[in-house]
Design a binder for this molecule. Structure first.
Ligand code: CTP
Length: 400
């Protein structure tokens, strides 16, 4: 959940500031990029050197760097962040945030931030209980800021009670769970197919195609990024998934792919068939390597089962089925024919006549045609971006 997330970590003047060191390490380990911003008082509890070493970025404290004369642009920082986490937040900074004061860089970043804001309070028992603090917290929650609740236990004062900052591990799992539950496709199971299929001729030869699997892997990654539980059925390819938690099923032939798809199709909300499935397969597969002969060799082929059409026939109410059409001529007409014949919710058309589209490239140019024959044409884009367009469309249909 935190992979590649840009996090501004605000650290305030509280004894719990020493835990910021572990917090930075855990966030970095989870794949986040961390920019630490400290209040001037926080530097008395933990040195900027410690946090800049761990975050691999200079820690920002003041509005400007007196040595270089550069301005630490709080607006830019606020816009850069995917997430602002203030941990620990002291009673004093809580009060400033609630009343909109910005007398230091951190509070100015807070006021400029457009991203989700999380805060993990740390203070003594009585300060925590004070109605002013409780009111400030309510105020912040009313602004949509999210509190990582403090724990109960021994406080720095020696008193026991509420007010202790949540442990760094707890903060990271709180963030992860909160981000996850807000993802658009959480709890949705989605089946994606990718790559070519190989149809064996003999133990060393096969009929294949130029599909690299890039498009299908990008789609599976994007669905996983959006919180879906993804099953990826893939033909032979060197691609690897970038997102964790994708269940990958490796298959070789069209028949194998059909078997795997039928196994998972019933339990999924949506299926995107981006694999380039062979349309024909040899009638007989030689058990031994076919030797060169004087005569030409004829291989008899039979049609494979159309997986997408089979799934279209079994489609349940509420299930979403998406296919691809890679065409060289009469593109739209052929795509609409496939859309209707295979009972799809939409079809992704790409034409080999468009430069940068189709197999092997890192880019693609697509047109989405839905079952009402509404057409959306996209520009030539990186396949990761194309995957977003396709997955957002699926998410939109699921929501509808
Ligand atoms: N497809 C499939 N099973 C097959 C062949 C194709 O599931 N045996 C799926 C592909 O994954 C793709 C869509 O059908 O999503 C379109 O594939 P394509 O080969 O272009 O379609 P065909 O119906 O086979 O049409 P044609 O070969 O005549 O162009």
């Amino acid at each position: 959940m935190l992979q590649n997330k840009k996090i501004v970590l605000g650290v305030c003047g509280s004894i719990a500031a020493y835990k910021a060191a572990s917090l930075v390490r855990l966030l970095i380990k989870a794949g986040a990029e961390v920019q630490v911003v400290m209040t001037p008082d926080a530097t008395g509890f933990i040195t900027p050197l410690t946090l800049s070493t761990l975050s691999k970025k200079p820690v920002l404290v003041e509005y400007s760097n007196t040595e270089t004369g550069e301005w630490n642009n709080h607006v830019e920082l606020g816009l850069w962040a995917d997430l602002l986490l203030i941990a620990p937040v002291s009673a004093n900074t809580l009060a400033k945030m609630a009343s909109g004061q910005s007398d230091n860089l951190l509070t100015a970043v807070y006021l400029s931030a457009k991203c989700p804001v999380y805060f993990a309070p740390a203070m003594d028992l009585d300060m925590w209980k004070h109605p002013a603090t409780q009111q400030n917290i309510q105020q912040l929650q009313g602004y949509g800021n999210i509190m990582v609740p403090p724990g109960n236990g021994e406080l720095a004062s020696g008193l026991y009670g509420e007010g202790r900052m949540a442990e760094p591990e707890e903060i990271v799992s709180f963030l992860t769970d909160d981000i996850k539950k807000k993802l658009p496709l959480v709890n949705q199971k989605i089946l994606v197919t990718a790559g070519p299929t190989h149809e064996a001729i003999d133990p060393v030869r096969f009929i294949g195609n130029h599909s690299s699997g890039k498009m299908g892997f990008a789609i599976a990654d994007q669905f996983a990024f959006m919180g879906a539980e993804v099953v990826l059925v893939t033909g032979p390819t060197s691609q690897t998934s970038q997102q964790r938690g994708i269940k990958r099923i490796d298959v070789t032939s069209a028949a194998d792919m059909l078997g795997a798809c039928l196994q998972y199709y019933k339990g999924v909300k949506a299926c995107v068939m981006s694999a380039a499935v062979a349309d024909f397969t040899p009638v007989n597969v030689s058990a031994q390597k076919i030797k060169k002969q004087d005569n030409d060799l004829n291989i008899e082929l039979k049609k494979t089962t159309d997986i997408l059409k089979t799934l279209g026939e079994q489609k349940q109410k509420g299930q979403i089925l998406v296919g691809f059409a890679l065409e060289t001529n009469d593109e739209e007409k052929n795509a609409i024919d496939k859309l209707q014949r295979k009972n799809l919710d939409f079809i992704v058309l790409n034409s080999l006549n468009d430069e940068g589209a189709g197999f092997k490239t890192d880019t693609n140019k697509i047109t989405i045609i839905d079952h009402k024959l509404q057409k959306t044409t996209f520009e030539l884009k990186d396949k990761d971006e194309v995957a977003k367009d396709i997955c957002y469309k699926v998410a939109e249909l699921i929501k509808a």
